[in-house]
Design a protein around this ligand. Structure first.
Ligand code: 4NP
Length: 160
């Protein structure tokens, strides 16, 4: 088996149509612009939206900030715990569900809440905007944008 020469990062929410595809798009966009060797994907812990495009409000807010979105929803699978180096949960509910899916300590070590890197208010949830407004999607974008900047700074020692 070949050894991957890039850092593999998985973003996880519930439906994989609002928060995690937005986080995937932001991280992929920034990593490409910085020339980093990173592979990014997203998925959901739930199965309701498998195969669907991201929510139109996720696409709109990302595109408004110049970030392209290209994803089809999929559900987490056990192989993901092997393939990825970082598995970022958007909130406590998804963090707990991810931990329950595997018994292995080496897998548990990869599972983190993404907002532990939030420089403004570390450790909280990325709130689910699905039943919210355009403003909620904008707030999720801002939260993910600064959090991903801080993650990239810490992980790759780059300055944004
Ligand atoms: P997401 O938002 O987890 O950020 O993709 C949701 C999308 C759909 C549902 C829940 C959350 N749903 O219950 O269908």
């Amino acid at each position: 088996m070949s050894v991957p020469d890039s850092t593999q990062i998985l973003l996880v929410c519930l439906g994989n149509i609002c928060r995690s595809p937005m986080a995937e798009a932001i991280l992929d966009f920034k990593a490409k612009n910085l020339g980093l060797k990173v592979k990014v994907d997203s998925c959901g812990t739930g199965n309701w939206h498998i195969g669907q495009q991201p929510d139109p409000r996720t696409i709109a807010v990302a595109n408004h900030h110049g970030v392209p979105v290209n994803h089809r929803a999929r559900q987490i699978e056990l192989l993901d715990f092997e393939r990825f180096d970082y598995i970022f949960a958007m909130d406590d509910q998804n963090y707990r569900n991810l931990v329950l899916l595997t018994d292995k300590e080496e897998h548990h070590r990869k599972i983190l809440k993404i907002r532990q890197f939030d420089p403004v208010e570390p450790g909280g949830d990325v709130p689910d905007p699905y039943y919210g407004t355009d403003r909620d999607f904008q707030l999720v974008f801002e939260m993910l944008n600064r959090t991903i900047d801080e993650f990239l700074t810490q992980e790759f020692r780059i300055n944004n």
